[in-house]
Design a protein around this ligand. Structure first.
Ligand SMILES: [Zn+2]
Length: 285
């Protein structure tokens, strides 16, 4: 798991994937430093300055929210996270070996974020998403039984609140169309296996019967990330951030996923199936 890279796709919402690390960037970079980040850029400094200011703001909110502040020295000085802003998407894709469908990536091993300049999407969406990935992983480490949907769902939470509402509305539409994958499926799903094939899966419909869902690779990626974002949003809003943080701490302390769910959410459900039932009931409303 060390050295894992998480991507942010350009598709419907903000999505990611893990691949092997790319070669170090070879360009000439200018740098701009703030407390917890070094911004590497090739265009004018004003954009890098804006990125630095926003990154600090996101860092403070996200770290505080995760109860991470006491470890914050880990992000200072020589441990500052590196943010590489390529001049355009083509340069970003070429230099990071990222798939076409991505918008950015978080590289845990090199403690870096990469994306490209020129859009509000970078500072408003890509940046908080990738910072959340890095903080979450610093917090939980790599030993625990942490499903990708949790990682992605948390990163997704850190886009604007308006976007969260958009996510829940889209998830409700997915539910309405009987196109929800089971939590068991998304927990055991290896997104690196996505090829050019159609994904065929048995799913449960609203009335409890079984149906066959057929998805293209792109639809599968969108479905996975939409469900991840919706689930984390649901868990946090319905049962509170404190309980959610306890759940994450238990995972960090190497409790298996179902055990961590059981201990944090005992009053509501005791396993993935129970969580899925509660979440489906929420989507049905
Ligand atoms: Zn992500």
């Amino acid at each position: 798991m060390k050295g894992m890279r998480i991507f942010l796709p350009a598709a419907l919402f903000l999505l990611c994937l893990c691949l092997s690390p790319a070669a170090a960037p070879a360009q000439e970079w200018d740098t701009f430093k703030v407390d917890h980040f070094i911004i590497f850029h090739q265009d004018e400094e004003s954009f890098a300055r804006k990125v630095g200011e926003k990154a600090e703001r996101y860092y403070n909110s996200i770290a505080h929210d995760m109860g991470y502040a006491r470890y914050s020295k880990f992000w200072s000085w020589e441990n500052r996270v590196k943010i590489y802003i390529y001049p355009d998407k083509a340069e970003y894709l070429k230099n990071t070996n990222s798939p076409e469908w991505t918008e950015g990536l978080a590289d845990y091993k090199n403690r870096s974020i990469a994306s490209y300049a020129g859009s509000e999407n970078f500072t408003d969406n890509v940046l908080p998403h990738e910072i959340a990935h890095l903080i979450f992983r610093d917090f939980v480490g790599f030993k625990g039984d942490i499903p990708l949907w949790l990682d992605e769902g948390i990163a997704q939470w850190w886009t604007t609140s308006q976007k969260n509402q958009l996510i829940q509305n889209s998830a409700k539409k997915l539910y309405e169309r009987d196109a929800i994958l089971s939590l068991d499926d998304i927990t055991n799903f290896n997104i690196q296996d996505i090829g050019n094939f159609r994904y065929v899966k048995k799913v449960q419909t609203k009335d409890g019967s079984t149906a066959i869902l057929i998805l293209s690779p792109e639809q599968l990626i969108n479905t996975f990330y939409l469900q991840a974002a919706s689930l984390v949003g649901f868990m946090r809003e319905r049962y509170g951030q404190d309980r959610f943080a306890r759940f994450c701490r238990d995972l960090r302390d190497e409790k298996p996923l179902e055990k961590a769910l059981q201990s944090a959410y005992a009053e509501y459900f005791k396993d993935l199936k129970g969580l899925e039932k509660a979440w489906r009931a929420y989507l049905a409303k």
